[in-house]
Design a binder for this molecule. Structure first.
Ligand code: S3P
Length: 416
């Protein structure tokens, strides 16, 4: 187990880029694995989560080569792997791959780490069974490892009971191999990467008021540059907003739908923040923050940013209420609990009321905190440590390897 020691200090100044978007990276790797021919991807997320998805398409028979940061994947004709397919800590990986594998006519087993084995998979098992898939979890449950006997799927219309881009993505990936069109009807819009990328790479997709519909088909090989991950940029946005005198620009940040809700929330809190949709530059300077209400309808657009927005809220004047964030209970950790315990250990006033998370601003003190194996809890704690009184040690720091291995180095470069 590794730890990161962070002491409060001077302003954060400079320009930086963050890893390629993790959600997009998983999807382009899978689409490249399905496409006949060679696809070339630059800017792929360098975290372990996406590395596991790359290894999985390779184990299924795709050719993978990495030269000078360009990942070339030669796909088409995927077949059975020798053993079980390991997604590591990645909920997105297991859920999207379950959809893809349900459509491929061979048997696969998807497994992951302890956190993955605890996370709910019924949200993908149910719609895949409705499409005719033969999929089951361990001991008859809907928990990983998942065994999938793929093939023979029927197109369906499915309305997920929760707002989830992973569930939408799973069903749409399965739809590529179904016998007719597949439609997902969402209660709230979620990130649109699956349908955007499928449409860009040769699949017939219609998005409208009646949902997102894909026709069965195979993507064509493509070239794609993955934009910077807004969920990673959010850590620097909050850090720059709360550390006096800071001025940070994060370059090339993805600006598509339902991903950058944190920018609106920080602006509402009084942050000096702009996101240029053309260049992707996200510019943030320090300013006094005040509390706000984050409505439930905003949550799909910032669901992964709640841990670091809670840090902003702890530094703001007054109360911030995150409404309807119950889904945080089934992330890499129960984030309602881990935000409360770790920021709470630093003196932040955090409480849970039903599905709402409430944070009241006030001073924080350095403390010994733990990631609980959750990358976003580790990085949010490190950001809080920048303004706490006294040093903080974040143990379980290796959790950041899942999405942002260079976070500690980037922090040092901004403080230099
Ligand atoms: C993701 C969707 C979100 C998000 C996750 C990535 C995706 O999960 O929390 O980190 O790439 O589709 P849910 O679909 O469970 O909301």
């Amino acid at each position: 187990m590794t730890s990161l020691a962070v002491s409060p200090g001077g302003p954060l100044i400079g320009r930086l880029s963050v890893p390629g978007d993790k959600s997009i990276s998983h999807r382009v790797v899978m689409l490249a694995g399905l496409a006949d021919g060679t696809s070339e991807i630059t800017g792929l997320s360098d975290g372990d989560d996406v590395a596991h998805t790359v290894s999985i398409v390779e184990a299924l028979g795709a050719g993978v080569e990495v030269v000078d940061g360009v990942v070339s994947i030669t796909g088409g004709g995927l077949g059975p792997a020798g053993g079980s397919l390991y997604v590591g800590n990645s909920g997105t990986g297991i859920r999207l791959l379950a959809g893809m594998l349900a459509g491929l006519a061979f048997t696969s087993v998807l497994d992951g780490d302890e956190s993955i084995r605890r996370r709910p998979m019924d949200r993908v098992v149910d719609p895949l069974r409705a499409m005719g898939a033969d999929i089951c979890g361990v001991d008859g449950s809907a928990l990983a490892p998942l065994t999938i006997d793929g093939g023979g799927l029927h197109g369906v219309e499915y309305a997920p009971p929760m707002a989830s881009a992973q569930v939408k993505g799973c069903v749409l990936f399965a739809g590529l191999s179904a016998d007719g069109p597949t439609t997902v009807v969402e209660s709230e819009p979620t990130r649109a990467h699956t349908e955007e990328l499928m449409a860009a790479f040769g699949i017939e997709v219609i998005t409208g008021p009646g949902g997102v519909t894909v026709q069965p088909g195979r993507p064509v090989a493509f070239t794609h540059r993955v934009a910077g991950d807004p969920s990673q940029a959010a850590f620097w946005a909050v850090a720059a907003a709360i550390v006096e005198g800071s001025d940070v620009v994060v370059e090339n940040v993805y600006s598509g739908p339902v991903r950058t809700g944190f920018v609106d929330v920080l602006a509402r809190m009084g942050a000096d923040i702009t996101h240029d949709a053309v260049s992707g530059d996200l510019s943030v300077g320090a300013s006094a923050l005040k509390g706000t209400v984050v409505e439930a309808a905003e949550v799909p657009g910032l669901v992964d940013e709640v841990p670091v927005l809670a840090v902003a809220a702890a530094c703001a004047e007054g109360e911030t209420r995150f409404c309807g964030v119950g889904e945080l209970r089934v992330k890499e950790t129960d984030r309602m609990a881990t935000i409360s315990s770790e920021l709470g250990a630093m003196g932040a006033r955090v409480r849970v009321e039903g599905d709402d998370l409430i944070v009241v601003g006030g001073p924080m003190q350095g403390a010994e905190v733990d990631s609980h194996g959750d990358h976003r809890i580790a990085m949010a704690s490190a950001v809080a440590a920048l303004v706490a009184e006294g040093p903080t040690v974040v143990s379980g720091w290796e959790a950041v390897d899942t999405s942002y291995p260079a976070f500690g180095r980037d922090l040092e470069s901004l403080r230099a």
